[in-house]
Design a protein around this ligand. Structure first.
Ligand SMILES: [Zn+2]
Length: 85
């Protein structure tokens, strides 16, 4: 069992059926689902999600996954340098 999978199971108290954490942050699970179980907290002023854990579980198949952030989106500029969106 990978350290990431074990950590995710420890946080959510639910065994993960598979480990997809080696694929990096994903928008969709390998099973096709785009719904995830994640730990989040709320901004007391806006009552919107203020942040979330980057480790989660697929809601459909129960796999351990790494969740995306805006910083994951990168592209190469005209000089071949990595740029973040
Ligand atoms: Zn899945």
């Amino acid at each position: 069992m990978s350290d990431r999978k074990a950590a995710i199971e420890s946080v959510y108290h639910v065994p993960c059926k598979e480990d997809h954490t080696d694929f990096g942050p994903i928008m969709d699970c390998l099973c096709g689902s785009s719904m995830f179980i994640l730990g989040a907290w709320f901004d007391p002023d806006t009552r919107e999600i203020g942040g979330y854990l980057l480790e989660g579980q697929c809601m459909q198949c129960g796999a351990a996954v790494r969740l995306p952030t805006p910083a994951d989106q990168v592209f190469l500029d005209d000089e071949g340098e990595v740029r973040h969106l």
